[in-house]
Design a protein around this ligand. Sequence first.
Ligand code: NDP
Length: 449
Amino acid sequence: MNRLPRREVDWFSLASILFLLTFAPLIVYYFIMSCAQYQCSLTAPLLDSLMGNKHLSDIWNRTPTLTYRAAGIYSLWVTFQVVLYMSFPDFCHKFLPGYVGGVQEGAVTPAGVVNKYQINGLQAWIITHVLWFANASFLHLFSPTIIFDNWIPLLWCANILGYAVSTFAMIKGYFFPTNAKDCKFTGNFFYDYMMGIEFNPRIGKWFDFKLFFNGRPGIVAWTLINLSFAAKQQELHGEVTNSMILVNVLQGIYVLDFFWNEAWYLKTIDICHDHFGWYLGWGDCVWLPYLYTLQGLYLVYHPVQLCTAHALGVLVLGLLGYYIFRATNHQKDLFRRTNGNCRIWGRRPEYIECSYTSVDGTKYHSKLMTSGFWGWARHFNYTGDLMGSLAYCLACGFEHLLPYFYITYMAILLIHRCLRDEHRCSSKYGKDWERYTAAVPYRLLPGVF
Ligand code: NDP
């Protein structure tokens, strides 16, 4: 079979991968357990076990196990999302002006394939949330606190799915890949398991692993999880605090933005460059729904009521971050879609012409924009994302470290992504990339980094 060239795995990458495969599940468990058993204190469990007050087995024994109820809820949830994804072609684009849904094309893969996607995430999100509110208001089939009440048993279910899908993706990559020419093998089991072999694994014509797992069980769930946390806060403390509302609203905007722009997501690094392995499979099933929602979980245990100035500060930072994130992404999208024939901030965009050669030897031409937000820094979209992420954390006050995990993680993720992307672009565009970095010298913050 004709496949992508084999890639050598250096020791640093291998060590990082082994570290993540071992510790990422433990990190998620530690955070969730800290909230359930130590009121979200990150240091208390460590101190307790170091000082001999508790054995690790005591902590483990107090952890809820997998239950039939959680397994039932989770299976129903994933099945429902599969049905929404596979059986309901998008109708939102027919009546929502400006929304791009229905069948859309992704970018050209390294082997020259252009995949088609059924973009119906917004519809899935709307249907899911309408049903959630219908249940909470008048159907009363289950309590809106259901997610919080089963949070740790659901964690085991999410892990089972995360590992199952990553293992299945690896086996599939070896034995029945969707497109053998787009498979990447290093020969290192751990690297291939983590970073993935297949580029766009699919079952049948339409079930795309990347689009489904990133968007559906993970991101559709994000806003439901936050709503469940708000309901639990109401049940326990008799009110929903302004901090909880801020977290729900700001993260809700981010989630809705993702689905509104799902067609744009087809052009992001996740879809265009990453292969599907444990990093995406387990990450989408476990890491994202459990760690991106830590602020809401924290606020159930610590109902913070912010003063007006603090709440306003968080709101302004969150909205400004969101504006920068969206506007920067939109500028690149418009620029690339129109091949530079558009206006950015009222002017014709400036850009650098560049070229690259694909694995089959075909030469392609491309453009790198050097005006608008893309003239300020090479990844100003990440800067906006980081501002928004900081706002969610600041909504939780300053009493504990746990809510600040998100900004710490996002900073590491996006700086690493910045370096990874630049390494890739530099190999892709060579001298043209050097001309671009000379024209736009900073990555995230003009004058600083
Ligand atoms: P980008 O959307 O920034 O895409 C990077 C790619 O864009 C490059 O590989 C290059 O691709 C092209 N490009 C780079 N510079 C230019 C330029 N000046 N003009 C035109 N094209 C350019 O990165 P991501 O896909 O990582 O991120 C998309 C968004 O998703 C970001 O806003 C990010 O913050 C967000 N995100 C959020 C995450 C979360 O967990 N919340 C995780 C990851 C991302 P090419 O090869 O086509 O030239």
